[in-house]
Design a protein around this ligand. Structure first.
Ligand code: OOG
Ligand code: MG
Length: 261
């Protein structure tokens, strides 16, 4: 049986409350096995509207599950997108409170800052014309679902596990960069834990950006000047806990770090 608009609103409130209260919930598909991808994006959008009504603001978008490493780790094999809000922003070098999370994981990312609006359909090269800056980023994801386990519609409804992200302090101009194969080493407490390349992100981060613009165009939406876009984790994510120091070193995109306290 298909879900009614009122049921979708109830589910949006459920995932939103779980995120604000840092409380695990049973994945939505356990009770609603017919939940579709389209309905899941409606839940995601309504949960973001709830945040915005409370005073939060949309600052960007992210792609998720764009690398084979992430798809394998999560057993979900299609790229998805999520919304980034101001309350998710942390600064390079920050000490971030572990109490903000249920079961946090960190992943190395490439971030774009848009200098112009971007509306699909676009090719990767066209998408890059809207980019003003590029930097390395660390994303802390935190699924609201028990054991960090979900189906594709579940994770979409939960805003692609979005919770916090840190941009590097060095913002580079895209013209000066070859993003096709940037080496990335993610260290936890001084130990290299994940080693990868920007090539793992949808084969090229620009492809991820274009895919995001194109998915949004299908629902009549677009990206805006000034927005931050996370292209997706280049490697599998690592679980972290209070006391951990995370550093991402890249070959050409600078460094970014934070600690969990
Ligand atoms: C979903 C979010 C995936 C990425 O970069 O692949 C994501 C998850 O793994 O919980 O942010
Ligand atoms: Mg990510």
């Amino acid at each position: 049986m298909s879900l009614t608009r009122a049921q979708l609103s109830t589910l949006a409130a459920l995932v939103d409350d779980a995120a604000t209260q840092r409380r695990e919930i049973t994945r939505l598909s356990a009770e609603h096995p017919t939940l579709t991808l389209e309905q899941a994006y409606l839940i995601q959008r309504e949960s973001i509207q709830r945040r915005i009504k409370r005073g939060d603001a949309l600052v960007g978008m992210k792609m998720g599950l764009t690398s084979l490493a992430k798809m394998k780790q999560m057993s979900v094999h299609s790229p998805i997108y999520g919304h980034l809000t101001r309350s998710m922003v942390a600064g390079d070098g920050d000490a971030i409170q572990a109490s903000r999370f249920i079961h946090p994981r960190v992943e190395p990312e490439v971030a774009f800052i848009l200098g112009a609006p971007l509306r699909g359909p676009v090719t990767p090269a066209q998408a890059m014309l809207a980019v003003r800056g590029v930097t390395a980023a660390l994303e802390i994801i935190d699924s609201r679902y028990e054991k960090f386990k979900f189906t594709l519609p579940d994770v979409v409804a939960d805003n692609a596990s979005s919770t916090c992200y840190v941009l590097g302090s060095t913002i580079l101009s895209p013209e000066a960069l070859d993003l096709s194969n940037i080496g990335m080493v993610m260290e936890i407490n001084g130990q290299p834990k994940q080693i990868g390349s920007s090539a793992a992100i949808y084969e090229h981060p620009a492809r991820s950006l274009a895919a995001l613009a194109n998915m949004l165009a299908e629902v009549g939406e677009q990206l805006h000047e000034g927005q931050v876009i996370l292209a997706g984790g280049a490697t599998a994510a690592e679980a972290i806990s209070a006391g951990d120091r995370v550093t991402l070193r890249t070959d050409g995109l600078g460094e970014v770090r934070f600690s969990l306290v």
